[in-house]
Ligand binder design. Sequence first.
Ligand code: 13P
Length: 339
Amino acid sequence: MYERELKETARALVAPRKGILAADESVGTIGKRFAKLGVPSTAETHRVYRDMLFTTPGVEEFISGIILYDETIRQESLGGTLFPRLLAEKAVIPGIKVDTGAVELALHPGEKVTQGLDGLRERLAEYRSLGARFTKWRAVITIGAGIPSKACVSANAQALARYAALAQEAGLVPIVEPEVLMDGDHDQERCELVTLGVLRSVFNELARQGVLLEGMLLKPSMTISGKSCPRQAGVQDVAEATVSTLRRTVPAAVPGIVFLSGGQSSELATAHLNAMNKLGPHPWELSYSYGRALQEPALTIWHGEQANVAAAQAAFYHRGKCNSAARTGSYTPELERQQ
Ligand code: 13P
């Protein structure tokens, strides 16, 4: 029933030069980030921080949509407007994280499965009434000795597909996020092999559940060396391996692929996206849905102080500008220095 709207929203989220800001950290995750800076973590400090990001002048030049958390979608900006309305007024599409987190997969030590399907239909209807037009569900795959298991990959792929079907039924574009974690000492080849298997499994399940490919986005991790691997693949290698993995697994009907940053530094995440777009044209838009890689410099500068808001917004704007340039392969180290 929502077919046309889903296709339009998905395309708008990967409009030229734009990408998505992931600002959907759970209360626990944002608490950890704030704790590193000594900033207290309360609903009010979360609101003040997100207000700083969302009211950055010109944010709509490079941000097509923002993924919110349940707490945030119900909060007002400091100016007294509900956040989803504030975003919609700037033509930034409000989105919402709808999974309820990853827990230990039974009988599979070291592996996780994402929860949140129970009651999801009702939650999606409420989120749509609150102004959300797209959603996110994150599955986590860990690489290690003998893992990921088939059980872990298939359980997560099935949950992703069932979520995506429910989201589309509710008129919300699903962002399907199977994240292969960077943690570990595995090399890039291992990451490539695991990612291939995960994406094959995810697209099989999406097909089985009848998900409309034109009305969804894929949010994958890049094909990258493990964080503690002594041999780190360079930018060009990461770009080539990631694009070849995606070409082998992601149907051309999917309008866009929006990467997560997964713990890469802000500048490296931008450089990787830039190098991938230089390898184009591709069958899909290659864009960003970064959390840390868009927010980190701004968060560090902000530090919980009203006096730092303008400087933090400038840092956020700068990261947006750099990633926007990476959408066309026109990011350069000089641009990085032009803040
Ligand atoms: P990072 O870019 O910090 O990995 O966050 C993206 C995200 O939404 C993870 O679910």
